[in-house]
Design a protein around this ligand. Structure first.
Ligand code: FAD
Ligand code: UDP
Length: 370
């Protein structure tokens, strides 16, 4: 086939690839989207089982303060009013998340913001000398002190990342709100919800009228795929794209154990985190609660963090100094390849949430159309 069969070959039918394809279609460009998986939507893929939309690759809650992105997704599908309020289970006792007045009451019996602030101050006292927290442990201790760190953060974090909290970047814990109001909303964003009918519907809407081929691995047929288009949008792993020339970037992987139960309501909440070290999984999801489901049965998923290896999926980039330095080299190399766009969580090696990926894809499409 001639090189200009398509304007863009898009590697990956996840959120970045799909938004980019939709934007190019609007501009009259011809795209071919390929994905090595059996389905589109990447990690936001949801699948209907027992009449419940199952978040196959882990809980996905859409949240943003970006009106442009919120309007964009709402033009595709309708969102419900779901607000994420996970519960933490530490050695059989339950605590509200994120860290708020409900949590402080459960931990210390304090009932007013003033009492809570005093208690937090006492807890922080021992860590006052830490001015610039160098890692997650220091950051967590500076933020809320020892009780919160030991009951709600340390065990979860070390399971999740498979290394001591002293070796994890501080920014990761700054994702979570810390507030002196009785508000269990896990996010501070202005807008939040779940697409009614699941995320796959949203991605299918984006890919309407775009040619998509699943179960096609770019690296298995690189030469002939390369020859189909002048431009490539690559949303897979950047180190793999460059044949691991500067070494392998590290990731954290996960194993999802899905189970159908005959009971109607297993845990009364969509997400329950297990924050002690002894329980081997980090969280249990109960999917029907993302959409206020009334089905007779329920589906739960235990999420087990895993060491990354060749046959495992790469879920979380490990943005420590060592990996970041390797990534910078790949980034430099990628900037020399003007007809290849690298976008999304794997290609940019960034801990992006969905709204950030959408914004990036919209900006990139706009930039190259100018
Ligand atoms: P992906 O979804 O990973 O898509 C990349 C696609 O490329 C994949 O489908 C892959 O199969 C394909 N691909 C890779 N290599 C090749 C190849 N060689 N050939 C062909 N295809 C290839 N964000 C939120 O906003 N809220 C949340 O609550 C939230 N929860 C999350 C929970 C978990 C467990 C994880 C892992 C992520 C979560 N996220 C959440 C982040 C969200 O999943 C990402 O921001 C988003 O899915 C990234 O989209 P992407 O297109 O960059 O990547
Ligand atoms: N975290 C924690 N305890 C919890 C939940 C989160 O210590 O109960 C920490 C943990 O280090 C985690 C980080 O906060 O990796 C970010 O949590 P988030 O829920 O945003 O993680 P994600 O949903 O992206 O896996």
């Amino acid at each position: 086939m001639p090189k200009n069969t398509y304007d863009f070959l898009i590697v990956g039918a996840g959120l970045f690839g799909s938004v980019f394809a939709a934007e190019m279609k609007k501009r009259g460009k011809k795209c071919l989207v390929i994905d090595k998986r059996k389905h589109v939507a990447g990690n936001i893929y949801t699948e209907k089982r027992e009449d419940i939309n199952v978040h196959v690759y882990g809980a996905h809650i859409f949240h943003t303060s970006n009106k442009r992105v919120w309007d964009y997704v709402n033009n595709l599908v309708e969102f419900n009013r779901y607000t994420n309020s996970p519960v933490a289970n530490y050695k059989g006792r339950l605590y509200s998340l994120p860290f708020n007045m409900n949590t402080f009451y459960q931990l210390w019996g304090v009932t007013t913001p003033e009492q809570a602030k005093q208690k937090v101050e006492e807890q922080r006292e021992a860590y006052k000398h830490i001015i610039n927290p160098k890692n997650l442990e220091e950051q967590a201790l500076v933020l809320g002190g020892k009780d919160i760190y030991e009951k709600l953060i340390k065990g979860y974090t070390e399971k999740q990342w498979g290394r001591p909290a002293t070796q994890i970047p501080a920014f990761i814990i700054r994702r979570l709100p810390f507030r002196f109001t009785f508000d269990n909303n896990y996010f501070n964003d202005l807008y939040q919800g779940i697409p009614i009918g699941g995320y796959t519907k949203l991605v299918e809407k984006l890919l309407e009228g775009v040619e998509v081929r699943t179960e096609v691995d770019f690296f298995k047929d690189r030469k002939s795929l390369d020859s189909l288009a002048d431009n490539i949008v690559f949303t897979g792993k950047i180190d793999e794209f460059f044949d691991f020339k500067y070494g392998k970037l590290e990731y954290r992987s996960l194993h999802f154990d899905h189970e159908i139960l005959k009971t109607e309501n297993f845990q009364g909440n969509a997400v329950v985190n297990y924050t002690d070290r002894e329980v081997p999984f980090t969280r249990i999801l109960e999917h029907k609660h993302f959409e206020f489901g009334q089905q007779k049965r329920t589906i739960i998923t235990r999420e087990y963090p895993h060491e990354f290896s060749k046959d495992k999926e790469s879920y979380y980039p490990i943005n420590d100094a060592k990996n970041q330095a390797i990534y910078e080299k790949y980034l430099k190399l990628s900037e020399e390849n003007k007809n290849i766009i690298f976008g999304g969580r794997l290609a940019e090696y960034k801990y992006y949430d969905m709204h950030q990926v959408i914004e990036k894809a919209l900006d990139k499409a706009k930039e190259i159309s100018l």
